[in-house]
Design a protein around this ligand. Structure first.
Ligand code: FES
Length: 191
């Protein structure tokens, strides 16, 4: 099984967006729901990524100031979770499971085919901005591996020969898993 560290450290050269006042207000709206401001970091990162598409360096500095923690605290968290992107990602994020069950069922061949068809590597984006590729730990469908998730559409028992067809599947644009609305509004109380 091939484990490898993902390089999420390279800073983008382009300017990254600042937090808008409404977004800051939305983050502040979570302060009274958590015991400390620091504890709001994860929801804040989700809100930033929902709004900007990724968590850029400028946003990391500004959310650090808002939560009264250091930018390195924020970066530690962002770089720990593969879900968070520090640079713009494609319209469709292709997540290839790399955990044990899928690995035993041929996940490496599926990943190789994705790389070949898209012409990109792990945590990279196609030049037209359409697809980003990443490897991910268990996608929770271990008995139907190897699995690929494209945005929120799960593809099970993936045959490498079908990868091109799967990537072009219009169904990838439809949600088949209800999306949490936890971060859609500061006043919501249910997920
Ligand atoms: S190991 Fe791939 S879905 Fe669980």
């Amino acid at each position: 099984m091939a484990w490898k560290a993902i390089d999420r450290v390279n800073a983008p050269t382009e300017e990254s967006p600042s937090l808008s006042e409404p977004l800051k207000e939305k983050i502040r709206g979570f302060f009274d729901r958590y015991p400390t401001k620091r504890a709001v970091l994860i929801p804040a990162l989700h809100m930033i990524q929902d709004d900007h598409g990724y968590v850029g360096w400028k946003a990391m500095e500004e959310v650090a100031e808002l939560l009264e923690i250091t930018p390195s605290d924020v970066f530690d968290t962002v770089s720990f979770y593969s879900h968070f992107w520090t640079h713009p990602k494609g319209e469709k994020v292709v997540m290839a499971c790399r955990s044990i069950s899928c690995d035993l069922l041929g996940a490496d061949r599926v990943l190789d085919e994705c790389k070949k068809v898209l012409g990109i590597g792990d945590h990279e984006t196609t030049p037209d901005g359409k697809y980003s590729l990443m490897t991910e730990e268990c996608l929770a469908a271990c008995d139907h591996g190897p699995c690929l998730m494209i945005n929120e559409k799960m593809h099970k028992c993936v045959d490498p020969a079908n990868v091109r067809k799967i990537l072009e599947d219009d169904a990838n644009d439809k949600l088949d898993i209800p999306r949490s609305n936890l971060y859609d509004g500061a006043n919501r109380t249910s997920a």
